[in-house]
Design a protein around this ligand. Structure first.
Ligand SMILES: N[C@@H](CCC(=O)N[C@@H](CS)C(=O)NCC(=O)O)C(=O)O
Length: 247
């Protein structure tokens, strides 16, 4: 049976899983949910309250890393992890975990605080998505949706400012892994997909793009098609932004 993948428009862990499915040439059905709805729909459909979620025969899977492991078992080639006997196996898992538990939340919070300031930008991330309701129906609810998303993700202004201050350090960590050959290879591993999907999303935020695009870490976005969605520069307060490297 074809796996059924549950996603949200613009979701970066969903993009990571979709890239893995494409690499492994696994055909699947995508179900696009509306923001906030996974809390209600997810437990029944795939056993969790966040996306990505997956249903395969009777099996329910939730979480990008869990799904990646399952995809490697389902279609071992190309492998998303080095062999367990390899000295870098544990390091790739460590980078993937950090990408999931630390870096992934950064653009989530930044996008949320930006959407509160510019709810109309939400629409751009849904371009081309097969939504359960027409955009015209959803549009009036976007300001409230932005607030609910921010509450769910604990995306307060203070947290967003801390994220921006920490971003150069996060990118430096990614770049050390690239230098060590752990990330950025010709064939992406699970950590490349986890971190690369986050870097790609960061670069859709116009105020953040200059902090990322000129950095070696930006190359990890190349494992993905260009992303739809854009929050124009000037939405985040200028005083929140660290200076781009080299300026
Ligand atoms: N770290 C987990 C969590 C994923 C997560 O929080 N996904 C967000 C979308 S990027 C979500 O489901 N949000 C629920 C909502 O916005 O309603 C993973 O990689 O699967």
């Amino acid at each position: 049976m074809r796996p059924r993948l549950y996603v949200l428009p613009g979701s970066h862990p969903c993009a990571a899983v979709e890239a893995a499915l494409a690499l492994k040439s696994i055909a699947y059905d995508r179900v696009t949910l509306l923001p906030i709805s996974p809390v209600l729909i997810g437990p029944l459909r795939y056993g969790g309250t966040t996306v990505p979620g997956m249903r395969m025969d009777g099996e329910r899977l939730v979480g990008s890393r869990t799904i990646m492991r399952r995809l490697d078992a389902l279609a071992p080639k190309p492998a998303l992890l080095p062999p367990a006997s390899s000295p870098v196996y544990a390091k790739v898992l460590e980078a993937e975990l950090w990408g999931d538990e630390v870096l992934q939340s950064v653009p989530r919070r930044l996008v949320d605080v930006a959407f509160i300031r510019r709810p109309s930008a939400m629409e751009s991330y849904a371009r081309g998505a097969s939504l359960p309701l027409p955009l015209g129906v959803l549009r009036p609810a976007m300001p409230l949706t932005a607030r609910l998303m921010a509450i769910k993700n604990k995306a307060r202004d203070t947290a967003a400012r801390e994220d921006l201050a920490a971003l150069p350090g996060h990118l430096a960590r990614v770049e050390r892994w690239i230098e060590d050959g752990l990330l950025g290879g010709e064939h992406p591993n699970a950590a490349d997909l986890q971190i690369g999907s986050t870097i790609r999303l960061l670069m859709t935020i116009g105020d953040v793009r200059p902090l990322v695009a000129s950095r070696p870490a930006a190359q990890l976005a190349r494992y993905f098609p260009p992303m739809v969605g854009e929050i124009e520069a000037g939405v985040l307060p200028a005083e929140w932004l660290p200076q781009p490297a080299g300026s």
